[in-house]
Design a protein around this ligand. Structure first.
Ligand SMILES: Cc1ncc(COP(=O)(O)O)c(C=O)c1O
Length: 454
């Protein structure tokens, strides 16, 4: 199949999306309200979701492993949540006051993740913004260290070296701080020190030079914005020790991972950050994020001290949804089910890819995984850039989509999420679609550079 043909069937099946896209383009840049949804030849427009399934504007049904970029660990329209929320919404949506349920949720969150105190916000970006501010206020320092290829939300404090091109990224072991957006003042970019992910020696060297100026080290403990990169346990242990040595705060950004493991990825490492950010799946698809930390760190918050506020913080819908999700749906049993299915999916993909002879490997943990279309292991952003075959990846996505499977969030740096509502049958159907799809993506593919893909 020629490269150009990969979108043909997709375009034939999705005419309503194409039409909505045409209308949206006049009104909205790229027709979408989040840059991460830009998709070639055009994004799918959806109209309904239930369980593990989602339906597009043309009525095509998909097994959904995007799950709203990992925000739906409980799947679409979970009957338990829908039933309770119907009742709750009758009493209003937002009060501008705290409620008993906001206290109960704080009890659940602090106990589940193991911290003294918590503050709610609405989105992941607001929560990482607060985490960075807390680190600066607590340490009285300015700089933040982040890792190349990690993403912490669309705000100026951390929008640095998120997906830097190879031409701008600098030395692999002492990367440049590359602004990830126009509109980033140099003064802010320069406050962000960048280290290579999963490279303790290089990070240590950078900390030796600048550690005394670093307020906080922010990291995705398992990187889920360059596929799925599981760092060495020794790296995380060393990083924890470095932050202790230099009195910098370790910030675990678990926006994605907080809902994929029972207590977050911190459990996988047996290491706790000083500050933890949780969001996405914890509220079952309603917008809620939270920052957790020790009591002494939260002591800096308050009037004439460190600012934190938000009209929609602690709104009754999000807080109730999170409470129901965490206590009744995203439980140990629920997560075990999703993790087992995710493991089966990963094994199935691995077998099929191996039989096909296509150069690829699967990286998998908890409820998520990714297929890297390359032989070489991907341990950081530079590996990802150098080895990944984005052309083959795109062809694979297209072939799965026309077979009724959204195999992952539709970005080349994303991963699949299996929800508590996925089933054995979903996995079987997905692997069947995979068997047919790999036959069609065997040809030669140009190794598109990240600049061509972004
Ligand atoms: C690790 C991580 N941190 C922060 C964010 C930002 O979250 P939000 O999109 O809710 O602002 C994301 C979003 O994908 C993320 O993956």
């Amino acid at each position: 199949m020629a490269n150009d043909d990969f979108t043909k069937e997709f375009r034939e099946r999705t005419k309503a999306s194409a039409e909505l896209y045409r209308r949206a383009l006049h009104l909205t840049p790229f027709g979408v309200h989040s840059n991460w949804r830009i998709f070639d030849p055009y994004p799918l427009f959806m109209k309904r979701g239930r369980g593990s399934r989602i339906w597009d504007a043309d009525g095509n049904e998909y097994i959904d492993y995007n799950m709203a970029f990992g925000a739906l660990g409980i799947g679409h329209a979970h009957p338990v949540l829908v039933g309770e929320m119907r009742r709750i919404i009758e009493d209003g949506t937002i009060y501008g006051f705290e409620t008993e349920i906001s206290v109960k949720l704080a009890e659940v969150l602090t106990q589940r993740y193991g911290y003294d105190m918590v503050r709610y916000s609405t989105t992941g970006l607001e929560a990482t913004l607060l985490a960075v501010r807390l680190a600066r206020a607590f340490t009285q320092r300015k700089k933040i260290l982040k890792f190349e290829g990690c993403f912490h939300g669309t705000h100026e404090q951390v929008m640095v070296s998120v997906k830097p091109s190879i031409y701008r990224a600098g030395h692999p072991r002492k990367p440049n701080s590359v602004p990830a957006s126009l509109g980033m003042p140099d003064e802010l970019t320069n406050l962000v020190v960048v280290a290579p992910y999963n490279d303790l020696e290089a990070t240590e060297k950078i900390m030796r030079e600048q550690g005394n100026e670093i307020a906080g080290v922010i990291i995705e403990p398992i990187a889920m914005n360059m596929g799925v990169v599981i760092p060495d346990k020794e790296f995380m242990k060393g990083l924890k020790e470095l932050t202790e040595e230099y009195n910098s705060l370790l910030i675990f950004d678990e926006v994605k991972t907080s809902g994929k493991f029972l207590r977050g990825a911190q459990d996988y490492f047996g290491i706790r950050g000083d500050i933890m950010v949780v969001a996405k799946s914890i509220a079952g698809g309603y917008p809620l994020s939270a920052v957790l930390a020790r009591r002494e760190i939260f002591d800096v918050v308050g009037p004439n001290k460190t600012a934190h506020g938000g009209t929609f913080n602690s709104n009754i819908l999000s807080v109730s949804a999170a409470y129901i999700t965490l206590t009744k749906i995203l439980t140990e049993d629920g997560l075990r089910h999703a993790q087992q299915l995710s493991q089966e999916l990963a094994r199935g993909y691995e077998d099929i890819l191996q039989d096909s002879g296509i150069e690829a490997h699967v990286s998998h943990i908890a409820t998520s995984g990714t297929i890297y279309f390359c032989k070489e292991p991907v341990k950081n952003w530079r590996d990802f850039l150098r080895y990944s075959n984005f052309g083959r990846w795109y062809a694979w996505i297209m072939r799965m989509l026309v077979r009724g499977v959204i195999p992952q969030a539709l970005g080349f740096d994303e991963q699949w999420t299996v929800s508590v509502q996925h089933s054995e049958e979903d996995v079987e159907k997905t692997l069947e679609a995979m068997k047919h799809s790999v036959r069609e993506i065997k040809g030669e593919f140009k190794r598109l550079s990240v600049d061509e893909v972004l």
